[in-house]
Design a protein around this ligand. Structure first.
Ligand code: AMP
Length: 223
């Protein structure tokens, strides 16, 4: 199964990606995380991406497409995978469609997390993340047990550079202009819309329900 978790920045894709991935036993691949790892490792891609990411823009389609393919060709993706934050442009969506067809994999199914604009801004402003295990917290609704440190490993939580007000606005603008139209590209029975403005467990139940209600017909040739 190939699942695409789709929605504006701050809609809860990262949190749900982890929950759905452990439920289905398929890897969750976040292009944002892959890019942040490239930035951290100071690769050529990372150096190019860093400046764009800091200003809330989108990294070029060619670079992101190539990076994604390198990741999904790993053996852990043979039974399927979940994408968080990809595709983010209509060009990326067309590229992914072509890639899945060429591998005789089923076309992706889209889970759209619907969340109101002001809620997105509030969530991103209050978001903190563990730089070691990646767990995401929200200071308002899902704070860590001990102030400022990760429940899992005690690491000091960080605020992503792009979770500051002016950058948040730019990311939402990029979403409206470039990423929103991806939903039109996929419009049809493969899109499951879920109310993302609920506690994480409820959102997860709705996603699981949507997947179970409309089970996918896996082609026999699918890996
Ligand atoms: P995210 O962690 O998904 O919010 O992504 C953080 C940032 O990484 C975005 O604001 C973009 O700058 C970049 N990024 C992530 N995924 C993509 C993508 N599919 N295409 C272009 N840029 C991306």
């Amino acid at each position: 199964m190939v699942l695409l978790l789709f929605g504006p920045p701050g809609c809860g894709k990262g949190t749900q990606a982890r929950m759905v991935s452990s439920w289905l036993g398929i890897p969750a691949i976040s292009t944002g995380d892959l890019l942040r790892a490239e930035v951290e490792a100071r690769t050529a891609l990372g150096i190019t991406a860093a400046e764009i990411m800091e200003t809330g823009g989108l990294v070029g389609d060619g670079l992101v497409n190539a990076m994604l393919i390198r990741r999904v060709e790993h053996s852990d993706c043979a039974r399927g995978f979940l994408l968080d934050g990809f595709p983010r442009t209509v060009a990326q969506a067309g590229f992914l469609d072509g890639y899945l067809a060429s591998r005789q994999l089923p076309p992706g199914r889209i889970i759209y997390l619907d969340v109101e604009r002001q809620t997105l801004v509030d969530r991103m402003s209050a978001r903190r993340q563990c730089p070691v295990c990646g767990k995401i917290y929200n200071l308002l609704h899902q704070p860590p047990r001990a102030k400022g440190v990760c429940d899992n490993d005690g690491t000091v939580l960080i605020r992503r550079k792009d979770d500051h007000q002016s950058i948040i606005r730019q990311r939402l603008k990029e979403y409206d202009e470039l990423t929103g139209p991806v939903l039109d590209h996929y419009r049809g029975p493969r899109v499951h819309s879920v109310d993302g403005d609920q506690p994480a467990e409820r959102v997860f139940e709705d996603i699981a329900g949507a997947i179970q209600w409309a089970p996918e017909r896996e082609p026999s040739s699918a890996a």
